[in-house]
Design a protein around this ligand. Sequence first.
Ligand code: DGL
Length: 257
Amino acid sequence: MIEKQLGPIGVMDSGVGGISVLRELVKLLPGEDFLYYGDSAHAPYGTKEVAEVVKLTERIAELLLEKGSKALVVACNTATSVAIPVLRKTYSHVPVIGIEPALKPAVLAKDHPRVLVMATPMTLEQEKFSNMMHFYENDANIVKVPCPGLVELIEDGILDGPELEAYLEARFAPFEPETADGIVLGCTHYPLIRPKIASLFPRATIYDGGYGTAKQTRRRLEECGLLSPKQSGGKVTFLNSKNDPRILALSRKLLEL
Ligand code: DGL
């Protein structure tokens, strides 16, 4: 059992976005080792066919498990919304943790708030999100803001500057940013540019699911007796489908930010 407990936690995303979740995981579970797989060669996922994203996600899960992962964290809202039931069924012997847009805290923060949900087109089109939106529709004014193209900028390491600013200003122009109470970052790439988004919404509170996912991971490991006995000194290993040292350098930089 102790050998199992010492295995790494496999974390996956379509690229570098899941590092926003990895940061929270490392903070909450400092004794754990992490194996992070970014599928940057196939990013973005959010504008592909659902079947293709399911297949890509399964392939990464397989690889992370072959490398000894004791649990899988799908640190991608898009992959979670289309592939999590399949992953949980296929890999029922390990905990599989997903992430979803942090709509609940944004809706419950005040009386009938106006909440903008930024995510990939695929996440916002799924039944999973529609159900969540219907559940809260009487409690808040929820506005979907699909952001095609934004993942690509972040994958290119554009976390600041005129190109990103022009994208965000154009994207939010129709949504009256000044009237928003809450912004939900429903894609794990977006917390990496959180200061830029926050600067456009002086009144709004920004929400993301990273911390909640880290807490859920700890809870599941605890339930399964898989928490590492180590309290500190965990290490992070990055793997990426793009055979490019720049993406690994960007990954390490994003973890330190
Ligand atoms: N980080 C992924 C997410 O949370 C981005 C998906 C994509 O590659 O489009 O949805």
